[in-house]
Every structure is written in structure tokens, then in C-alpha cells.
Design a protein around this ligand. Structure first.
Ligand code: ADP
Ligand code: MG
Length: 443
């Protein structure tokens, strides 16, 4: 295993961002191997979270290829007792909920308590609460739809947990539509359809995630149709999620589509700025990450696509800060998340920066390229150069060239001057920030 690990490291080095490799992967130490399980020590808990989120699958894939058989990686903090963290024959990832008598499939961490409510999800949240309090009575089925990473899975798991808290004897089952299909295929193959049918028809609350996955799967749709009818007639609660409105799911049988629309349909939108900040703060608290308010604002302003990305950035930030023992500041955040932020900024070009700066300072693009050195022109020119450096991948010589054929040393000087002044002069800094927001909203 030691050798396999060494060989895998070489492969991983090529496949993982250099910054992450140096900070995280190169600091891992295998401490024990048994069967095909490899126990690896990581520097701390945040590093474990981060690696698990981003690289665990890749590590297992590479190790498995190197060894020629499936390898499972277990990460532990330094000095943890090996015995308890190193079960000898665990078949797969830990099952979702060991504490309950019956396996519900629910994901333990997704509860109402840690779901942040904002304008974007208020309605879906209220509907979920109502269903959780009186399952089967109202809103059947409850159909929640919204884009990826906006909290659908979280919310429907929260429903399941709350029902079990309130009615411990109810049989709750959460599963993805993909698992539903796989179980069906297995049952068909082993000739166990009766078992499959009775299993799904005994449930009190069925939570089926991502039903858009059923698109085009006729046999699965048919079986689900019968399951649905049997549960519905028995006043059992059905909760569904989808990334699309029922009418927009392609290749879905009309009779199923029709049933999806029988109950209540609630959508989740992208969270607004305040909600993004609140989610970050809640998550930081839970992970014990010291997150200053200005950094939360910076993250929320720059990552507005979905909550999963927002969380991912925070975990990354926390992990880097704890490893480097550094304070989390806006500059530190920029540095750690530069790749993520840069992708987002990819539509910002030297031209669009020059244009925005000219509008802002009321000068002409030709002035930026001219030899004029008056202050009213030199300052906008330097600011524009600075922004080009920050938002584009252009090198110093290229930027110099686009500003009237100036030398690269002029560009370097300009970025330093702007950087310095922004640190010392709050009004100037506010100007830069306004320009940045202007560019980002256009980009
Ligand atoms: P979806 O199923 O819609 O793709 P998830 O439910 O998997 O999204 O959410 C992605 C991540 O974002 C999860 O870790 C979830 O906990 C988190 N999340 C989403 N919305 C919220 C919210 N309103 N409050 C707290 N966490 C949230
Ligand atoms: Mg989901």
C-alpha cells in the first residue's frame, strides 16, 4: 500500500491544482492498511472536510487503478484512535442514519434547524413545514423544484427528519430517483418484483429526489405510477423534487405529469445577497470558521450561482486558513479562491475594462492610450491597468501594448501604485470597489 500510495501521488500531482496539492495532498500520511482500506492521516478536521468534498473520489479512483482493485480511503485527524476509525469490513460509505430502527435513507445533516430561510425559498420552506407537521393531510404530493444546489435535497430531508421526530413509528423513506430505478432493475433481474412492490407500498412517507431523472425511463415511470397511486390512495405523503417544473420535464408520461400537479408545487429561486450572507454565517458557525463580515459580503457578492458553490468556497477558505494559520481577510480570500473567481470573471476583457473606466472617469478611450500624463488621465489609466491585471489573464507586456504600446514596467508600476493607494485611502478604495462591481455586473 505504501508503494501504491507513492505511485498514486505522482498521478494525483498532475490531476490536482498545484495549490491544493501542496497544501493538502502532500501533507497526507498513510498510517495503516487492511484489506483494501487505506487509513490516512490528514492535518486537521477542516482539511478532511475539504479533501472529502473535492478529492476523495479522485484519490480512491487513482489508488484503485494503481492497485488494480477497489480501494477505500479513510481520513482521520492526527492521533485519532485507529481501532474505532478503522472498521475492518465496512461495505460502503456509512449508512445514512444508524440511530433509527428502520433505515430511512435520510441524510442526517439536512434539518430545518440549519436551513436558512429567505425570500427565495420562503414558500417552499413553509410548504415543507406544513407537510412535516401533518403528513398526508395537505399538499399531496408536495413537488419542490429549482436549479441545482439551491437546497431541494436539504429541504425534503428536513421534512423526513421532522416527521420522524414527531411520529417515530412512521415509515419514512428518502431515496433518489436513480436509486429507485436501480432497485427496480435489481428486483426485475432477480425476479423479486413482489417484494419490491410491497416494500414501496408499505411506506408512510416517500421522498423521491430528482424525478427529472425519470425522463425517458418508461419501465421505471410505470412502476412509479403504481407506487404513487397506492400510496396516494392510502393517504400517505409523497414528496418529490425536480430541477424542472412538471410540464418542462421531457419524456414524462402524461399520467405521471398530471399526478405531479395534483398537490402543491413550490419553487426555490437563487438566494438573494442577504440570504447568501446568512447561509455563509450559519455554515461558518457550524464549522467553527472565523468569518469576518466583509469577507462574507465579498464571497456572497462574487459567488451568486448556487449555495453548493458558496459552501464549497467557504470550506476551502477555512481549510486553507487553518493550515496556513492565517487570518481570513478579503485579500486572503481573493488569493485562495482566485481560480473560482477568475472563471466567473472570464467575460471581462481589456476592452470592457477600458470602456467602464472611461465612463466612470469621463475620459475617452483614446486618452488611455495617449501619451498624456495629466492627473485626470494618468489616474484612470493606472486604475484600468490595475483592473486588467485583476480581471484578465493578460500579462504585463500585453496590457502595456493595449495602452498605447507602453513598457511592461509601466504596468507593474501602475498596479503597485493603485494597490498602495487603495490600502491607504478609503475613498479611493471605494472607487475601485465600485468599478469592480460595475465590471462584475456587466461580465
Ligand atoms: P439541490 O438538491 O437543490 O441541488 P442541496 O439541497 O443539495 O441542493 O443544497 C446544496 C448545499 O447547499 C447543501 O449542502 C445544503 O445544505 C446547502 N443549502 C442550500 N440551501 C440552503 C439554505 N437555505 N440554508 C442552508 N443551507 C443550504
Ligand atoms: Mg439535490
Amino acid at each position: 500500500m505504501q508503494q501504491a500510495w507513492k505511485r498514486s501521488l505522482e498521478i494525483l500531482r498532475d490531476r490536482i491544482e498545484a495549490q491544493d496539492y501542496e497544501n493538502f495532498i502532500s501533507r497526507l500520511h498513510p498510517v495503516a492498511a487492511r484489506d483494501r482500506n487505506l487509513l490516512i492521516e490528514a492535518p486537521n478536521r477542516l482539511a478532511i472536510d475539504f479533501i472529502t468534498q473535492r478529492y476523495l473520489n479522485l484519490m480512491e479512483e487513482v489508488l484503485s487503478q494503481t492497485v488494480g482493485a477497489p480501494v477505500r480511503v479513510l481520513l482521520q485527524p492526527p492521533g485519532a484512535a485507529q481501532q474505532e476509525l478503522f472498521p475492518l469490513s465496512v461495505p460502503a460509505r456509512p449508512p445514512a442514519d444508524l440511530s433509527r430502527k428502520r433505515p430511512s435513507g435520510l441524510i442526517p445533516k439536512y434539518t430545518f434547524a440549519n436551513f436558512v430561510v429567505g425570500a427565495s425559498n420562503q414558500f417552499a420552506h413553509a410548504a415543507s413545514k406544513a407537510v412535516a407537521n401533518q403528513p398526508g393531510d395537505h399538499y399531496n404530493p408536495l413537488f419542490i423544484y429549482g436549479g441545482v444546489g439551491l437546497g431541494k435535497t436539504h429541504l425534503v430531508n428536513a421534512i423526513g427528519h421532522q416527521i420522524l421526530d414527531k411520529y417515530p413509528e412512521r415509515r419514512v423513506l428518502y431515496l433518489s430517483s436513480e436509486s429507485f430505478m436501480n432497485e427496480l432493475i435489481n428486483a426485475l433481474r432477480r425476479d423479486r418484483m413482489d417484494e419490491f412492490k410491497s416494500r414501496f407500498r408499505r411506506i408512510d412517507v416517500l421522498i423521491l429526489d430528482d424525478v427529472q431523472f425519470l425522463a425517458g425511463r418508461e419501465r421505471t415511470q410505470e412502476e412509479f405510477f403504481h407506487t404513487f397511486n397506492s400510496l396516494y390512495e392510502g393517504h400517505r405523503q409523497i414528496v418529490l423534487t425536480s430541477d424542472k417544473f412538471p410540464k418542462e420535464i421531457p419524456d414524462l408520461e402524461e399520467r405521471l405529469r398530471n399526478r405531479f400537479e395534483w398537490g402543491l408545487i413550490a419553487d426555490i429561486q437563487s438566494p438573494d445577497m442577504e440570504t447568501r450572507v446568512a447561509i455563509l454565517q450559519k455554515k461558518a458557525e457550524a464549522e467553527r470558521i472565523e468569518l469576518p463580515h466583509d469577507v462574507a459580503l465579498f464571497l456572497a457578492a462574487n459567488i451568486d450561482s448556487n449555495v453548493r458553490e458558496l459552501e464549497g468556497s467557504l470550506t476551502r477558505l477555512g481549510a486553507f486558513a487553518s493550515l496556513n494559520k492565517s487570518e481570513i481577510t478579503v485579500d486572503f480570500t481573493r488569493q485562495v479562491l482566485q481560480n473560482i473567481l477568475r472563471e466567473k470573471d472570464s467575460t471581462i476583457t481589456i476592452e470592457s475594462i477600458q470602456k467602464a473606466v472611461c465612463e466612470f472617469f469621463h475620459v475617452r478611450p483614446a486618452d488611455l492610450r495617449s501619451k498624456k500624463r495629466t492627473r485626470t488621465i494618468a489616474v484612470p489609466r493606472q486604475v484600468a491597468m490595475y483592473l486588467c491585471r485583476r480581471y484578465t489573464q493578460a500579462s504585463f507586456p500585453v496590457i502595456g501594448d493595449r495602452f498605447g504600446g507602453r513598457d511592461h514596467s509601466t504596468v507593474i508600476h501602475a498596479t503597485q501604485v493603485v494597490d498602495q493607494r487603495a490600502k491607504q485611502d478609503p475613498t479611493f478604495r471605494a472607487t475601485i470597489e465600485r468599478l469592480e462591481r460595475m465590471l462584475e455586473s456587466r461580465g
